[in-house]
Design a protein around this ligand. Structure first.
Ligand SMILES: Cc1ncc(COP(=O)(O)O)c(C=O)c1O
Length: 455
């Protein structure tokens, strides 16, 4: 049996899949915190191009991928579907393990799948400058790459702890012509409020979002892009799941289990939504969202309206949240340290279509090292969470004596995360048992917000 299944460029999907056409419970709208009413589309259009606003609320099942985006995708797509024979042998369990290798994109992860269309739509609407935020630096580098492709100037606010852990991410962004600053920066009102409370703040994605939003509001001709959370980001990422379905079809396979790590939901959504569609139609399939125990948004957070930024915000999202004041412990999976979750993923968790599970820091690095020593590729720390879930599913299959076909998202390489591996290999890495009081304290920040209806 082949180790890799390829698609030709002609076989690449020409449309994205929009799960909003098939959800048993429609996703709740984003609302204004003052009025509790849905945000009017023209208000969104002040931040995002109309084509993205339309995708955000569309109920059309299939949405055309523009030719310019398809052409840019061919720089690294279609990505291979690979079988992890050596890892299977290591686990010695009755499982076949397939993974979609997204680590070969120019920026090194799945984030380019949406950075490119976002840059394209902004370019079409005449935008010349974009600000955005990044946790681990994967999104920032994807945006820097995509901005350069379409001639747009990019500035990225990178969470300080990651900025310090990963200087080469900043250099990648600069190589593509973007500007990257450590957040909190001391240049915005939002960060000055944070620094007044904690002058040594390690930063958070929420704080970086606030800074990007403030700069956008204060500078003419500057717009913002987002690396996850919003519906249109999930939509763009479905190119991965659609490719995977074609690839599995080619070899007569279908997964019993689909796994993605969960930061704010985009890689999980992108790989799994075409399979969630099958599940809604009656297929038996387990879909797992693997998140860090130290930032357990889906497993210990509350489904509520909350802001994605650290400020009170003008837009509230219906999502699982730990509260926008939550400052996650500086574990090395920067891309998973977000207090909230994509509303589409949250709704599918509420409906029992996606199952969240959490994993401790050390077991995820152990999983990543096992992977590197058997399959060769060194995974990003975020990806290690999905691998830890694969191991758990394989162990269970062994205990139950059941055969399982697993498909997971190998979201990115860890070649710029070697400092994290150094910490793990030298015994400096620890687990963090997040106390319940810490969650309660940060959830107090959403006390005054409107509550979503019981669903
Ligand atoms: C390699 C990698 N995987 C996963 C994630 C998590 O993001 P999401 O949940 O949006 O896929 C990130 C975020 O930066 C990432 O860099």
């Amino acid at each position: 049996m082949a180790k890799k299944v390829f698609l030709s460029e002609e076989e690449m999907p020409k449309k994205w899949y929009n799960i909003q056409a098939d959800m048993p419970t429609p996703v709740l709208p984003l609302i204004n915190p003052g009025t509790g009413q849905p945000i009017p589309l023209d208000q969104f259009a002040r931040i995002f191009p109309m084509s993205l606003v339309e995708q955000e609320v569309s109920k059309e099942r299939w949405i055309d991928i523009p030719d310019e985006v398809l052409s840019a995708y061919t720089i690294w797509r279609p990505t291979p579907l690979c079988r992890a024979y050596n890892f299977e042998k290591l686990l010695n369990a009755p499982v076949k393990i397939y993974y979609k290798n997204e680590g070969g994109s120019p920026a090194g992860s799945h984030k380019t799948n949406t950075a490119v269309p976002q840059a394209f739509y902004h370019k079409m609407s005449g935008v010349k400058r974009i600000v955005s935020e990044t946790g681990a630096g994967q999104w920032g580098s994807a945006m820097a790459f995509a901005g350069n492709l379409f001639g747009i100037q990019v500035k990225v606010y990178m969470v300080r702890v990651s900025y310090e852990q990963k200087p080469y991410r900043r250099l990648m962004m600069m190589t593509w012509g973007a500007d990257c600053v450590a957040s909190p920066t001391n240049t915005t009102e939002a960060c000055r409020r944070v620094l007044a409370v904690d002058p040594n703040s390690p930063g958070s994605i929420a704080i970086a979002v606030s800074e990007a939003l403030e700069e956008m509001a204060s500078r003419d001709g500057t717009k913002r892009t987002v690396g996850s959370v919003l519906n249109y980001v999930m939509l763009h990422q479905t190119v991965m799941g659609l490719e995977a379905q074609k690839q599995m079809d080619k070899i007569g396979e279908y997964p019993d289990v689909v796994i993605g790590c969960a930061g704010a939901g985009s890689n999980l959504a992108g790989l799994s939504f075409p399979f969630v569609r099958d599940k809604i139609a009656g297929k038996k399939i387990l879909i797992i969202a693997a998140e860090p125990s130290s930032c357990p948004t889906l497993t210990r957070g509350r489904f509520a309206y909350d802001s994605s930024s650290s400020e009170k915000g003008i837009t509230l999202l219906p999502m699982h949240t730990l509260g926008h004041d939550f400052i996650p412990s500086p574990i090395h999976a920067g891309g998973l340290r977000f207090h909230g979750m994509a509303p589409l993923v949250s709704q599918l968790v509420l409906d029992g279509l996606i199952e969240p599970r959490s994993y401790h820091n050390l077991e995820t690095f152990q999983a990543g090292v096992m992977w590197a020593r058997s399959e060769g590729f060194i995974p990003a720390p975020e990806t290690n969470h999905a691998i830890a879930a694969v191991i758990e599913v394989a162990r269970q299959a062994k205990e139950e004596g059941k055969e399982k076909t697993i498909l997971f998202n190998w979201t990115g390489h860890g070649l710029l995360d070697l400092a994290a591996y150094d910490d793990y290999l030298s015994g400096r890495l620890t687990d963090y048992a997040l106390p319940q009081e810490e969650i309660e304290r940060s959830l107090a920040s959403i006390d005054g917000y409107p509550k979503p209806p019981r669903r």
